[in-house]
Design a protein around this ligand. Sequence first.
Ligand code: NAD
Length: 257
Amino acid sequence: QRTVVVTGAASGIGATTASLLRSRGDRVIGVDLRDVDVCADLSTAAGRSAAVAGVAELVGPDALDGLVTCAGLSRAGAPQVSVNYFGTVDLVLGLQPLLARSAAPRVALVSSISSTQPHDPALVEACLAGTEATALELAEAAVADGRPHEIYASTKAALNRWLRRAAVSPEFAGAGIAVNAVAPGVVLTPMTEELVSNPQWKSVMDAAVPMPLNGYAPPEAIAHALLWLLAPENTHMAGQVVFVDGGAEALTVAVGV
Ligand code: NAD
């Protein structure tokens, strides 16, 4: 039995991932705002520390074998910076000592196709520099300038860059911890419910994220990819962002449609 922490476990991709892991016999420690094992607010440094402490208490002297970071916000202004980027990175760093005890430790982040879309380079740099206050100021400025969509894209672009560095570092690769990410296209969860049900927003989204292979994804499509990244069989993938997006990245970035 492997022990896996899933953030954002109360809804959508996180809830589906947690349920698939449990159904195959793994022990899941859910982290979210409510209805989980460790209730914590990942938008604050104190909440992130509480989440790490809560997990450490439940794991005890044992090892943590996996971490999946699904907690995230879209269309919520500046707090996206704190939850999507710092809420991910601080959990990965905070749980590293518990992961390092495992014989086959794996980390799977949840990025997004939005990481390939227009973003704010200064906001990305502020995230990578670990300066949350500056990043929040830049995000507030993006809202004020009418560029609120750049915040989500920036947090996910920053995660992709952070993970490439972390994955090959002594703390992770050196401790045998494989760190990778899945970048979904449009997934049918509470996050996208409003977008897909509003014809105007839906047509904007469909133009930005065309998904020629099988259209919008159910959360299971992402969860199964996350499960593979977490598996002991994944011995040599490091620092990769795997697009599970119905072909959206191939079409918009590589083919250039
Ligand atoms: P969701 O809204 O169903 O679930 C997100 C979860 O994160 C919720 O349970 C929520 O409570 C939790 N969360 C939000 N703020 C938090 C906080 N401050 N502290 C702790 N937990 C918090 O959304 P989802 O679609 O399952 O999204 C999961 C991940 O997938 C997110 O990182 C999202 O950015 C990413 N993603 C989703 C899509 C999509 O189309 N749904 C596409 C690309 C990427």
